[in-house]
Write a protein that binds this ligand. Structure first.
Ligand SMILES: *[C@@H]1O[C@H](CO)[C@@H](O)[C@H](O)[C@H]1NC(C)=O
Ligand SMILES: *[C@@H]1O[C@H](CO)[C@@H](O)[C@H](O)[C@H]1NC(C)=O
Ligand SMILES: *[C@@H]1O[C@H](CO)[C@@H](O)[C@H](O)[C@H]1NC(C)=O
Ligand SMILES: *[C@@H]1O[C@H](CO)[C@@H](O)[C@H](O)[C@H]1NC(C)=O
Length: 372
């Protein structure tokens, strides 16, 4: 699960005075499967930049800290991985007595405010360098000669990557890179109508199921207030296979593309054959997918949203003056252990895991907590 703040104009609560009362203080943050807690991060990228800068694919982003933190999480993040391989994961846990599914995890109690009615978005409380980013949307022609395919992430040199960490106005690679003139897209293709819809979203809750790896969990309607039902976009990204499967299970999108609160968006031409990798696209690049969004919540498909998104934003970001928030892993808080676990469960090519892990360390990752 994830929420980001992405910039844009302050939310206009005052205009939406008649907001349904939120009755409960308690939240059970999507703990549907207690065995696997998703990672929750609430992030906002550069709070107080002008809305006007959001046109033309320009999105304001925050300081450089994010990117490194998020990429660190990539390796320690177990939740999406689980969701894409749940069947396998279950089989494996029986062979791994230390796996968390044997523990009983209770949902956390969170002191949400009682109601979203009087929420006022705070003035910018972050003290960031202001800068804006543009994104490379079309690759240079250089690889036409070597006949290689366009890559979703483009072909970024190490130097470009290093420079992308500086908090300055610049143009960077950030996914969705097309091949040079006329070359087909590199994947994650969306319908124009869906894109139009997504461009209107100011607060987004999103999730994804690719490769038919899960069933659809709907947000708990009774916990979601009227303001959020009207103003928050709940977007579920699916591939065709998953869409067919959930339709056959009776979850058929209505004429506007909704299944309950979820606006279902079919993704074509998935950029990676590895569904876990494809799932990282909506998870980490919501600022690309929702160019007008100010806040975005990511929720893993293994979890059910069980609290009003505005209450989540208020609690984790506004009240704590944070730029983003990440849920703890139930069992592990150490990348070193996560690496071992991923190998133990054969989640991925071990050599590739090692390479990635070494890269994080060369980027400065150190044991910062109770790692042993
Ligand atoms: C992580 O993923 C594996 C399956 O891939 C699962 O068995 C395990 O319980 C998950 N959680 C933890 C904490 O390892
Ligand atoms: C913001 O950060 C700058 C540079 O780090 C510092 O000089 C300034 O005092 C800070 N302002 C506030 C209000 O904290
Ligand atoms: C980025 O560009 C804007 C104008 O487009 C300018 O006001 C701002 O100072 C620049 N920021 C940095 C960090 O260079
Ligand atoms: C594992 O990854 C390494 C390095 O990335 C690569 O050379 C190797 O071919 C991969 N092995 C398999 C079985 O994919």
């Amino acid at each position: 699960m994830a929420v980001h703040r992405l910039g844009g104009e302050p939310l206009r609560y005052r205009r939406a005075r008649r907001i349904a009362r939120i009755l409960r203080r308690r939240c059970f943050l999507g703990i549907f499967s207690v065995s696997f807690l998703s990672l929750l991060y609430l992030a906002f990228f550069h709070p107080k930049l002008s809305f006007h800068a959001l046109h033309h694919g320009r999105v304001n982003q925050g300081n450089t800290g994010h990117r490194s933190i998020i990429s660190t999480l990539y390796s320690s993040d177990n939740e999406s991985d689980v969701s894409y391989v749940s069947g396998k994961a279950e089989a494996e846990t029986s062979r791994h007595p230390r796996a968390k599914s044997h523990k009983h995890h209770v949902p956390c109690d969170i002191e949400f405010v009682d109601s979203v009615e009087d929420l006022v978005e705070p003035e910018n409380y972050m003290n960031f360098t202001r800068f804006s980013l543009d994104y490379i949307i079309e690759e240079e022609a250089f690889y036409q000669t070597d006949q290689s395919e366009p890559l979703f992430g483009g072909r970024q040199s190490i130097e470009e990557r290093e420079n992308s960490f500086y908090a300055e106005n610049q143009t960077i690679h950030c996914g969705f890179v097309r091949g040079p003139g006329g070359y087909p897209g590199s994947g994650f293709d969306l319908d124009e109508k869906d894109k139009e819809f997504m461009a209107t979203c100011i607060v987004v809750v999103s999730s994804c199921i690719f490769g038919s790896s899960d069933f659809l969990r709907r947000p708990t309607r009774s916990k979601i207030g009227t303001y959020s039902k009207r103003n928050v976009c709940f977007v579920m990204f699916l591939d065709e296979l998953t869409l067919t499967k959930i339709s056959s299970e009776g979850n058929i999108p209505n004429e506007n593309g909704f299944i309950g609160l979820w606006r279902v968006i079919a993704v074509k031409n998935l950029p990676y054959t590895d569904m876990r990798k494809t799932g990282k696209v909506p998870k980490f690049l919501s600022h690309r997918l929702f160019p007008s969004a100010r806040y975005s919540i990511w929720i893993d498909s293994k979890m059910r949203l069980n609290a009003d998104p505005m209450l989540i934003i208020e609690y984790f970001l506004w009240r704590k003056k944070s730029e983003y928030a990440i849920s703890r892993h139930y069992d592990r808080s150490c990348v070193w252990e996560e690496v071992l676990q991923n190998k133990r469960l054969n989640k991925y090519n071990h050599t590739a895991i090692d390479e990635q892990f070494l890269y994080y360390q060369s980027d400065g990752l150190i044991k910062f907590n109770e790692c042993t």
